[in-house]
Design a protein around this ligand. Structure first.
Ligand code: DOR
Ligand code: ZN
Ligand code: ZN
Ligand code: ZN
Length: 403
């Protein structure tokens, strides 16, 4: 087949290292088919998913059940984190076929907060898999909640989930990573002040940032209300700038979406009953390509943050299916296409986005997974499913070979 691509740009498929697909158990929000279609349309050829589904992914058996589900439903490649609980240490020690262990150091959707400090330390001391953390200090969050009791204003979300709450938690995680020489990845950093803490990465620490923490801030509550409610909360315009600079300075290694779909009806409730989280896989690559169009970074930077970075952080290997040669996960992008982001155009079940109305330049047009075209100009080929991502944790992670 000849691919006509005059004036277009071919890049590696995006690896989104942080999504929530809600399957099993919460499939009115999303499922592995709708979520993976949204990925394909957004130029994402592999996703790594978090454990806060129902049931939560907290044992090897449940992890493998999820892998089987994905094998039958996901049109892009996939991997699943193993979640830490108060009583699954043995599972965490022997976990395989996973990018790593996810620890919620603070509460969020799914009630998986692990607030026992001794147990937190024990996981760093006794397990081998790389650890990803949701870093927000639950004690600090709770204290602020008490002070603001009776609140009905979403503006308070950023006061409750403060910079201090993130900084304290990031500090603790970094101390543990250094003490036990345990690989640590800090998910969705939201505050510039957090970057100063892990800047000295000590060979074991990596971090990620989401498009919403790069491009939205507390001023957006005015228009978005609870649609802008997520954990960690939005911070200030200065934080947006510090986080983008941290990417440019290689202090944050990857851009991941934290795709956290909730229905429009759920998000239109009243704070604080409304759920936290925003969708992201449909819009992440266009939002980052728009930075290229605006001369804020290069296309090589975007590939570094969205393709190469996640592959290195999570030790992702060539995948299983192709017998001879390498499989091709590719995206053809049109850097000259300008289009307004609209909820109804999304493939995610959400059909809403906090970036509604934003005009961005640079859009994925065609997506190949394992050498097969799964998405082209609005149409999907769902005749073959994606494959399980493989992880070679002996490889050593992002900093292997970096001075
Ligand atoms: O806003 C969020 N939503 N933050 C999280 O940590 C979880 C996520 C979700 O699953 O809804
Ligand atoms: Zn999180
Ligand atoms: Zn880098
Ligand atoms: Zn998340």
């Amino acid at each position: 087949e000849t691919i006509y691509a005059y004036g277009m740009t071919l890049i590696p498929g995006v690896i989104d290292a942080h999504v929530h697909m809600r399957d099993p158990g919460l499939t009115s929000k999303e499922d592995l088919r709708s979520g993976s279609r949204a990925c394909a349309k957004g130029g994402i050829t592999t996703f790594l998913e978090m454990p806060n589904t129902n049931p939560a992914t907290v044992s090897q058996k449940l992890l493998e059940e999820k892998l089987t589900l994905a094998a039958n439903k996901s049109i892009v490649n996939y991997g699943f984190f193993l979640g830490a609980t108060l009583q699954n240490m043995e599972e965490l020690k022997k976990g395989t076929r996973t990018p790593g262990i996810k620890i919620y150091m603070g509460s969020s959707t799914g009630d998986m907060a692990l607030t026992d400090p001794g147990l937190l330390e024990a996981i760093f001391a006794e397990t081998k898999l790389p650890i990803a953390v949701h870093a927000e200090d639950e004690t600090i969050i709770e204290k602020m909640k008490q002070e603001l009791t009776g609140t009905r204003n979403v503006l308070d979300h950023s006061k409750i989930r403060s910079v201090e709450a993130e900084v304290a938690s990031v500090k603790r995680a970094c101390e543990l990573a250094r003490e036990y020489k345990h690989r640590l990845h800090i998910c969705h950093v939201s505050a510039g002040a957090s970057v100063d803490i892990f800047e000295d990465h000590a060979d074991v620490i990596t971090a990620e940032v989401t498009p919403h923490h790069l491009f939205l801030n507390i001023d957006d509550y005015m228009n978005l209300g609870t649609l802008a409610q997520m954990n960690p909360s939005l911070k200030t315009k200065e934080d947006n700038e510090a986080l983008f600079q941290a990417l440019l300075d290689d202090k944050i290694q990857i851009v991941a979406t934290d795709h956290a779909p909730h229905t429009w009806e759920e998000k239109c409730g009243r704070y604080p009953e409304t759920p936290s989280g925003v969708p992201g896989v449909d819009t992440a690559l266009p939002l980052m390509l728009d930075m290229v169009a605006k001369d804020k970074c290069t296309i090589e930077d975007v590939v570094h943050w969205m393709c190469e970075g996640p592959a290195l952080v999570w030790d992702i290997l060539e995948k299983g299916r192709i017998e001879v040669g390498y499989d091709a996960d590719l995206v053809l992008i049109d850097m000259n296409k300008t289009q307004v982001i609209h909820g109804p155009q999304m493939e995610s079940k959400c059909r809403w986005t906090p970036f509604e109305g934003r005009e961005v330049t640079g859009w994925p047009m065609r997506t190949w997974v394992c050498g097969k075209e799964v998405y082209r100009d609005g149409k999907f080929d769902e005749s073959r499913m994606g494959v399980e991502a493989m992880f070679d944790h002996d490889r050593g992670g992002y900093w292997e070979g970096v001075e």
